[in-house]
Design a protein around this ligand. Structure first.
Ligand code: NAG
Ligand code: NAG
Ligand code: NAG
Ligand code: NAG
Ligand code: NAG
Ligand code: NAG
Ligand code: NAG
Ligand code: NAG
Ligand code: NAG
Ligand code: NAG
Length: 659
C-alpha cells in the first residue's frame, strides 16, 4: 500500500513544481543603474555604468567620438516559438537622456533593440547607430530590429534631427515620425520617457518628456511579424553610436515585462500528463503482475516480429529469410563471396532461387532491439521504383541482422567517379570512364528516385544519406538508390551511444543547417543530391574526410568560385575530354549549385530538378557570389522586406513549376 501512496503524491509534487515554473516570467525593473547591476547586464567594450545610468556610448571620461556600443539585459528573451507558431508579447518602458559634451551639435542617436547577436558590428559607428555596418546593412545577417531615437538627419528620408523610426536589419527606417510635434526634443539633455509595446502583431511606441503627463497617442504603431527577422530567443537592450560630434547616450531607467512562452504549455502538459501517468502506473502494475504469471510461455520479441510479418503478407513485401538459408546461399559468408564492406556491415553475393542477390550482414554492434527496425524494413519494402534498389528480404535471428537486396552488377557509383583516387586499391580492375550521356542518365535516375521518395509514395521517406557510395549501378548503368531509411535507423542507434543529438549523414554531403536543426528535411536531401550531382559532373571529391566537415572547403565552394568567374564549365571532369554538350553540362552544374543554396528555401524541389535535367526548363538563376549562410533562413516570400539580393531569383524560378 506504500506504493499506492507514492502514486497519489507524485502528481501533486509535479504539479507544485510546475506552478513554481509558472511564476518565473521575463520581468525586470531597473529604477537606476549601479555597479552591482553589472552582473544582470551585458555591456560591449565601450559601454559602461556611470552617474547612475547606462552609458551606451562612452561616458564623459573618455573620447566619445566615432564609437558604437550596445547594452543588453544578461538573459535572452524567448520571443517566439516555432512549434507553437506564436509570438510573445512584451512591454518595456525606459528613460533616455541624450546630451552633447562641449559640442555645438549632436549625433547620432540611440535605439531600443531586439538582436540575434550580442556583439556590436565592426564599423557601425556614426550614422549606423551601432545597429549594422556597411556589410550587414540591408541583409538578414544583421538579425536586428530596433526603435531608433535619431538625433541627426543622416539620410534624405529622415524627416529631421529629432525623430523616431522602426529599423529592420538596416539603419534606414521602414517607418519614421518626427518627434517635434510631440513636445519632445531628444538631444537637449532632458529625460525622455518611451514605452514600446508589442502584442505579437503590432509594435506601438509612445514618447513623452519624463516629467510631463504620459502621452496617450502613439507616435508609431506598425504591424510587424518579428519572427520573420529574429531567431526564437533574442537579446533585448540598447544600441547607440556617436560620430563626429560628442554625444552622450544614456539610459537612466528600464523596465521590461515579457510574456513567458513556456508557461501555458507547461500547465497543459501537466493536466494531460498527470491523469495519464496515474492511469498508466495503475495499468502497468496490473499488467506486470499478469505478465509475471505467464512469463514462462513465449519469448516476447520473437512474437512481435511474427505479428509484423503476419500483417504484411503481400507478394511485394520483403520476405523474411531464415539465417540457415542465407548461410547456404552465401557459402557460409565465405570471403570469396564478399562484395564489399561499407556503412554498417559487410555485403556478400549469393544465389537464391536462381536469382543473384546481395546480402548485407549488419555488424552486430550497430543494432540492438529491433521492433522499430522491422517496422522500417516493412515500410521500405513496400516502395517500388525503377531507380531504387529493391529490398528482397531480411532476417533477424540470434541477434544477427541481415538484409537481402537485388544484386547490382556494376557495383556502386563512387568507384566510377573517384576511380583515379589513391583510395582505389591496385588489385581492383580499372573502371571504364563514364560518358556524359551515362552521367546524365545517372543523375536523372537519382533525381527520379528521390522525387518518388519525397512526393510519390504513400508516406514521405527521407533518404538522409544520399552520396555516391549509396548509388548502385545495374547492368545497363541505370542508377539505383540504395540504403534508404535503413541507414538512419541503424545509424541512429549507433549514435545514441555517443551523443544525444542525432546528426545522421556523411560529411561533405550535409546541408549547413543540419547542425542547427539536427534533423533531416526534404531540403537537406536536396542539398546532398546537389553535392552528388556536382561530383558526378566534375568527377571529383574535394578535401580529405576531416576537411569535408568544413563548410568552406567543399566542392560547392570550389564550384561557386568557377561560377563567380563565369567559367563554370571549366570544372567539368577532364576525363570527359570535352566530349559533352556544353549547354547541358552548364545547366546541370548550375542546377547543382541551386540545390546547394545555403538557404534551404531557395533549393529547388526534386520535381523542379527533374524538369531542368530533361531540358524542359532552364536551371534556376544562381547568384554569382555564394550567399552566406544565415540562420534562421528567411523564406523567399519575405525577402523583399529584408532586401536580400537573392529575392528575385526565386520568383523567376518558381515559374518552372507551371510548365
Ligand atoms: C518599477 O520600480 C519603480 C520604482 O520602485 C516603481 O515605481 C514601478 O511601479 C515599478 N514597476 C513595476 C511594473 O513594478
Ligand atoms: C572602443 O573605443 C575604442 C576607442 O575609441 C576603439 O578603438 C574600439 O574599437 C571601441 N570598441 C568597440 C567594440 O567599438
Ligand atoms: C502590455 O501592456 C498591455 C496594455 O497595458 C497589457 O494588456 C499587456 O498584458 C501587457 N503585456 C505584458 C506582457 O505585460
Ligand atoms: C561588419 O560586421 C560584420 C560582423 O560583425 C563583420 O564581419 C564585417 O567585417 C563588418 N564590416 C565592416 C565593413 O566593418
Ligand atoms: C573587428 O576589427 C578588429 C580590428 O580590425 C578585429 O580584430 C576583429 O576581429 C573584428 N571583429 C569582427 C567581428 O569582425
Ligand atoms: C542600407 O540598406 C538600405 C536597405 O535597407 C539601403 O537602401 C541603403 O542604400 C543602404 N545604405 C548604405 C549606405 O549602404
Ligand atoms: C531642440 O533643441 C535644440 C537646442 O536647444 C534646438 O537647437 C533645436 O531647434 C530643437 N529642436 C526642435 C525640433 O525643437
Ligand atoms: C541628462 O543628462 C545631462 C548630462 O549627463 C545632465 O546634465 C542632465 O541633468 C540630465 N537630465 C536630467 C533630467 O537628469
Ligand atoms: C495594428 O495596427 C493596425 C494599423 O496601425 C491597426 O489597424 C490594427 O488595429 C492594430 N492591431 C492591433 C491588435 O492593435
Ligand atoms: C509570423 O510569421 C510566421 C512565419 O511565416 C507565421 O507562421 C505566423 O503565423 C506569423 N504570425 C503572425 C501573427 O502573422
Amino acid at each position: 500500500m506504500a506504493s499506492l501512496t507514492v502514486l497519489c503524491l507524485l502528481p501533486i509534487l509535479i504539479l507544485l513544481s510546475c506552478i513554481n515554473i509558472k511564476a518565473e516570467c521575463f520581468d525586470f525593473n531597473f529604477t537606476d543603474f549601479q555597479e552591482e547591476n553589472r552582473k544582470d547586464l551585458l555591456l560591449t567594450e565601450n559601454s559602461t555604468i556611470f552617474r547612475d545610468a547606462l552609458q551606451i556610448t562612452p561616458d564623459l571620461s573618455g573620447d566619445v567620438k566615432y564609437t558604437p556600443g550596445r547594452a543588453y539585459y544578461a538573459k535572452k528573451f524567448k520571443l517566439w516559438d516555432r512549434k507553437k507558431r506564436r509570438l510573445a508579447s512584451f512591454n518595456t518602458t525606459f528613460v533616455i537622456n541624450i546630451s552633447n559634451k562641449n559640442s555645438p551639435e549632436v549625433g547620432e542617436g540611440l535605439a531600443f533593440v531586439l538582436s540575434a547577436d550580442s556583439d556590436v558590428p565592426n564599423g557601425s559607428f556614426g550614422q549606423w547607430l551601432g545597429l549594422v555596418n556597411a556589410t550587414t546593412n540591408g541583409t538578414s545577417r544583421a538579425g536586428i530590429v530596433g526603435v531608433e531615437f535619431d538625433t541627426r538627419k543622416s539620410y534624405e528620408q529622415d524627416p529631421d534631427g529629432n525623430h523616431l523610426g522602426l529599423d529592420i536589419n538596416s539603419c534606414y527606417s521602414i517607418e519614421q515620425r518626427s518627434l517635434s510635434g510631440y513636445g519632445v526634443n531628444l538631444s537637449v539633455g532632458v529625460d525622455v520617457l518611451a514605452v514600446v509595446q508589442y502584442d505579437g502583431k503590432n509594435m506601438t511606441v509612445f514618447v513623452s518628456n519624463r516629467n510631463q503627463k504620459r502621452s496617450q497617442v502613439p507616435v508609431l504603431s506598425v504591424p510587424i511579424n518579428l519572427s520573420l527577422f529574429l531567431p526564437e530567443t533574442v537579446h533585448v537592450g540598447f544600441s547607440a553610436s556617436t560620430g563626429e560630434f560628442q554625444e552622450l547616450n544614456c539610459v537612466r531607467a528600464w523596465e521590461f515585462h515579457g510574456e513567458d512562452m513556456g508557461e501555458d504549455s507547461n500547465l497543459l502538459w501537466v493536466w494531460i500528463f498527470i491523469p495519464i501517468l496515474a492511469l498508466g502506473m495503475v495499468l502497468g502494475l496490473g499488467f506486470y503482475i499478469h505478465w509475471r504469471s505467464r512469463r514462462s510461455r513465449k519469448d516476447d520479441p520473437e512474437k512481435a516480429f511474427q505479428n509484423i510479418e503476419d500483417h504484411i503478407k503481400s507478394s511485394t513485401a520483403p520476405r523474411r529469410f531464415k539465417l540457415r538459408e542465407l548461410k547456404r546461399e552465401t557459402n557460409n559468408f565465405n570471403h570469396k563471396n564478399k562484395l564489399g564492406k561499407g556503412g554498417f556491415g559487410t555485403v556478400y553475393k549469393g544465389i537464391w532461387k536462381e536469382q543473384e542477390i546481395a546480402v548485407k550482414r549488419v555488424s552486430k554492434k550497430s543494432h540492438q532491439g529491433s521492433q522499430e527496425f522491422i517496422a522500417e524494413v516493412t515500410t521500405i519494402g513496400s516502395l517500388n521504383h525503377k531507380n531504387l534498389v529493391k529490398l528482397i528480404g531480411w532476417c533477424y535471428e540470434n541477434k544477427e541482422l541481415l538484409l537481402v537486396y537485388e544484386y547490382m552488377m556494376n557495383g556502386s557509383l563512387d568507384k566510377f567517379i573517384f576511380y583515379d583516387e589513391k583510395t582505389v586499391k591496385n588489385d581492383e580492375p580499372n573502371q571504364p570512364n563514364l560518358s556524359w550521356e551515362t552521367r546524365l542518365i545517372i543523375i536523372q535516375g537519382v533525381a527520379e528516385a528521390l522525387d518518388y521518395l519525397h512526393n510519390g509514395c504513400e508516406r514521405r521517406v527521407l533518404h538522409r544519406d544520399v552520396k555516391c557510395s549509396n548509388i548502385m549501378l545495374d547492368s545497363e548503368f541505370n542508377a539505383r538508390l540504395g540504403d534508404f531509411g535503413l541507414a538512419r535507423t541503424i545509424q541512429q542507434r549507433e549514435k545514441t551511444h555517443h551523443s544525444t543529438i542525432e546528426i545522421a549523414g556523411t560529411p561533405g554531403y550535409m546541408a549547413p543547417e543540419t547542425f542547427l536543426i539536427s534533423r533531416a528535411t526534404v531540403e537537406t536531401d536536396v542539398y546532398s543530391y546537389g553535392v552528388l550531382l556536382l561530383e558526378v559532373v566534375c568527377g571529383r571529391k574535394l578535401g580529405n574526410q576531416s576537411e569535408l566537415n568544413n563548410y568552406n572547403n567543399s566542392i560547392v565552394n570550389w564550384l561557386w568560385e568557377y561560377h563567380r568567374k563565369e567559367k563554370i564549365t571549366y570544372a567539368v571532369d577532364s576525363n570527359l575530354e570535352g566530349d559533352f554538350v556544353e549547354k547541358e553540362v552548364e545547366s546541370a552544374l548550375i542546377l547543382g549549385l541551386a540545390c546547394c543554396h545555403p538557404n534551404p528555401h531557395f533549393r529547388p524541389s526534386m520535381k523542379n530538378v527533374l524538369v531542368v535535367l530533361t531540358g524542359e526548363a532552364d536551371p534556376p538563376q544562381v547568384p554569382l557570389e555564394r550567399p552566406s549562410f544565415v540562420w534562421p533562413a528567411l523564406p523567399p516570400a519575405f525577402s523583399h522586406s529584408d532586401y536580400s539580393s537573392t529575392s528575385t531569383q526565386f520568383s523567376t524560378f518558381s515559374e518552372v513549376d507551371g510548365r
